[in-house]
Design a binder for this molecule. Structure first.
Ligand SMILES: CC/C=C\C/C=C\C/C=C\C/C=C\C/C=C\C/C=C\CCCCC(=O)SCCNC(=O)CCNC(=O)[C@H](O)C(C)(C)COP(=O)(O)OP(=O)(O)OC[C@H]1O[C@@H](n2cnc3c(N)ncnc32)[C@H](O)[C@@H]1OP(=O)(O)O
Ligand SMILES: Cc1cc2nc3c(=O)[nH]c(=O)nc-3n(C[C@H](O)[C@H](O)[C@H](O)COP(=O)(O)OP(=O)(O)OC[C@H]3O[C@@H](n4cnc5c(N)ncnc54)[C@H](O)[C@@H]3O)c2cc1C
Length: 669
């Protein structure tokens, strides 16, 4: 049964590509030196016996999955320190190769707990906590969401009441809905958490603030007195993580445990506020800013799997008696997979912009300049929501495009989907995030009406809406970008006009807003879509690569833009901006682009540079030996360890015997 070497179809695909995939890899990872370093770190992890010997997650129960994830991530944490890896992106490469399908039980410690201490704690607090965090004596998480409130954080019900006599805060869960519920790794792994609670001092509520709470003994790991906590049970995904619940029964913490870099409570209970508002929301902004890249990577993995498999999979003779076609040759299959592939590149580019913008803006905030905070909030919320919606939908398309095998964990795609889709909910539910974007856009629109200057990325709103598209038979990037700008401007104006009209006829602004939240989300979505398209074109145009690589990359970029117009056609033609002839040009361009991308499809996914050890997919293997891999996967199912299972004797046999006795002619009398 053994088959060796690279599958012939896949080998041919690589030969016929019109560009060198390594060039695109170099661009994606920001230069050949960085690619070499990435591969070096990934190989170190892949070759490490601790990671190599770990069992495949798919055959483990939840406790085993948790234990495996914990073991792998702790070993990775230690090795990262031993190897002196400090760059966040390098840590990410190592961790991803070490534990590709295990979500980290110390993930919140690294992605929210430590960054929040770094950004929100005083120098003294940092000196005290950070060394303990780095040595994992303190393992923490971010405990904000409660049973009754996740989105509306001003409505959180946990209280932190200051006692000036003892110089302590008393943390309490006053009712069932105030219990902390959902925080990652709160249930079993962590011994500390950052608690978001309503600060009450001198009898006044000052809104939500952050407090450091020790939840478990640092030696025995037992919960501390007054704290009840545990795991919330199995979920759609993230099986290997202990999202937790927590009830606080008047737990006292020292005054110094309030995060006091910006907001302070003095010893006598006097409350001191900083000049800026919403500074304690910054930890959420960090994660939102990182999610677009992360979700783009999830989709890129699903695309590798589905496209390589579609090149290997042959199904149905095109003409009677002829060879069965590679399913990737069907135009309908290309229409499923190439827009998904284009989306993953688009989001990787948007994520690159977003994370750089986050670093730039937070550097300004650190210096006390809070002027760009609204833009950072709007962009990070919008791109987080837009990218997670687009990518999770596309991952599911990839899964279904693999037919029956896509449904099996052997494909790897179901796991990618269940780990990606909560991105639509956590760090701000997507609709709610889109409404925050809409709020920003409405403000910009009002500023425009007042003749004020707009930030560069909403400048296009100043253009007239009374124009027609410049689209010609040769569909030009410039005309595509302008179409997206026009759609966004029109929908922003439509939402603003609807609100203004309601207010003019006597509604309150709040009522007018609430009666228009659907058009507001259309406007916000159109804004995000425009932003992603424009950014994608700009990055491709600026990319330093040879002509053939750029042409292949540009085809994807155009496909992303063209496909978006077709998917949302109504919004592009409602006011006659595009005419019937122009729509036909765009539709034809879509089909031409599918054909243009077809010979490069495999090279375009090879460029993502994911080793098989990370993908862990029978369908997405670099060598295309999918059938042998599926057979091996089936053979390794624990259900096959015994030829006849005990359940046969326990359940089937007795029922068979009972039914046999019941069906005896005598028994029926
Ligand atoms: C490329 C990467 C390389 C390296 C990576 C390096 C580091 C990586 C780091 C992380 C790793 C990446 C990923 C992690 C992996 C996996 C993730 C695993 C687990 C996930 C963990 C999930 C954790 C959580 O979910 S934590 C809980 C999150 N909860 C929420 O998000 C709640 C959502 N709700 C809200 O944010 C708010 O309540 C609200 C915004 C909806 C409303 O707030 P509020 O009521 O206070 O405001 P409003 O009245 O509506 O508005 C008032 C004004 O305030 C403005 N505003 C609101 N928010 C902000 C903000 N954040 N910043 C600035 N301004 C804000 C708002 O716009 C209003 O302004 P206006 O001027 O008055 O209009
Ligand atoms: C895997 C996972 C990990 C998580 N990790 C953490 C963590 O580490 N720490 C933590 O604190 N939390 C965590 N959470 C919780 C998460 O942040 C919240 O679930 C999220 O913020 C959404 O809030 P919610 O559950 O209250 O949804 P809800 O707000 O109840 O949403 C329900 C519905 O109501 C709609 N809705 C709500 N408000 C509005 C509005 N104003 N306008 C219009 N529609 C609205 C939403 O669009 C949605 O359709 C995690 C969640 C998941 C799934």
């Amino acid at each position: 049964m053994a088959t060796g070497g690279v599958n012939a179809d896949l080998a041919k695909e690589r030969e016929r590509a019109t560009f060198d995939s390594e060039q695109l890899t170099n661009f994606l990872y920001r230069g050949p030196e960085k690619v070499r370093r990435k591969r070096y770190l990934q190989n170190l992890a892949i070759q490490d016996p601790v990671f190599k010997k770990a069992p495949l997650w798919a055959f483990l129960n939840r406790e085993q999955q948790y234990a495996t994830a914990l073991k792998k991530h702790l070993h990775a944490y230690r090795r990262i320190q031993e190897l002196g890896i400090t760059e966040p992106v390098e840590k990410f490469y190592y961790r991803e190769a070490a534990a590709p399908h295990e979500n980290s039980p110390i993930g919140l410690h690294e992605s929210m707990f430590i960054p929040t201490i770094e950004k929100q704690a005083t120098e003294e607090q940092k000196r005290k906590w950070l060394p303990l965090c780095h040595s994992l004596k303190m393992i923490g998480t971010y405990a904000q969401t409660e049973l009754g409130h996740g989105t509306f954080i001003r409505g959180l019900e946990t209280t932190a009441t200051y006692d000036p006599v003892a110089k302590e805060f008393i943390l309490s869960t006053p009712k069932l809905t105030a219990m902390k519920y959902w925080p990652g790794n709160l249930g079993k792994t962590t011994n500390h958490c950052l608690v978001m609670a309503q600060l009450i001092t001198k009898g006044k509520n000052h809104g939500i603030h952050m407090f450091m709470l020790q939840t478990r003994d640092m030696e025995t790991h037992q919960p501390l007195p007054g704290i009840e906590l545990g795991d919330i049970g199995p979920k759609f995904g993230f099986f290997d993580n202990d999202n937790g619940y927590m009830i606080l029964k008047d737990v006292r913490i020292p005054r110094e445990n309030m995060f006091m870099r910006y907001y302070k409570v003095l010893e006598d209970g006097t409350y001191v506020t900083p000049p800026g508002d919403r500074l304690n929301y910054l930890s959420m902004v960090l994660l939102r800013s990182a999610i677009t890249s992360m979700i783009g990577q999830h989709l890129s993995q699903a695309c590798i799997i589905a496209i390589r498999y579609s090149a290997v999979r042959r199904q149905t003779e095109i003409s009677p008696g002829g060879e069965e076609a590679q399913v990737l040759d069907y135009q309908t299959q290309q229409y499923k997979l190439f827009p998904a592939l284009a989306t993953s590149y688009a989001m990787l580019m948007a994520g690159r912009f977003m994370y750089d913008f986050y670093l730039k803006t937070t550097a300004q905030i650190e210096k006390g300049d809070l002027g760009t905070m609204p833009q950072l909030h709007a962009l990070s919320a919008g791109l987080k929501a837009f990218s997670t919606w687009e990518c999770t939908a596309a991952i599911e398309v990839c899964r279904m495009s693999c037919g029956g095998h896509g449904y099996s964990h052997a494909s790897g795609i179901p796991k990618i989907y269940v780990d990606a889709t909560p991105g639509c909910t956590y760090e701000g539910e997507n609709t709610v995030m889109m409404l925050q974007v809409a709020r920003f856009l409405m403000k910009m629109y009002t500023n425009l009406q007042k003749g004020q200057e707009l930030p560069s990325f909403v400048q296009y709103m100043t253009k007239s809406l009374d124009t027609k598209s410049c689209m010609k038979e040769e569909v030009a990037p410039k005309c595509l970008v302008m179409a997206y700008e026009h759609r966004a401007s029109r929908l922003i104006k439509a939402a603003a006009d609807a609100i203004q009209a309601m207010v003019m006829s006597g509604s309150s602004p709040q009522e007018a807003w609430n009666k228009n939240t659907v058009p507001l989300t259309w406007a916000a979505l159109a804004f995000c879509h425009m932003f992603v398209v424009k950014n994608f074109f700009e990055m491709v145009e600026d990319a330093k690569m040879d002509g053939q690589t750029k042409a292949a990359f540009m085809a994807l970029c155009k496909l992303y833009a063209v496909n978006g117009v077709i998917t949302h056609l109504g919004e592009f033609i409602q006011d006659g901006y595009l005419n019937n002839q122009q729509v036909q040009y765009i539709q034809k361009s879509l089909l031409d682009l599918l054909a243009e991308i077809r010979p490069n499809a495999v090279a375009l996914v090879d460029a993502f540079d994911y080793p098989d050890a990370i993908l862990q997919s029978c369908l997405g293997r670099y060598d295309g030996q999918v059938y042998q891999a599926l057979y091996d996967f089936a053979k390794s199912s624990p259900l096959n360890e015994k030829e006849v299972l005990d359940s046969f004797f326990d359940y089937v046999k007795p029922v068979q015997q009972e039914l046999e006795a019941m069906n005896q002619p005598m028994a029926r009398l």
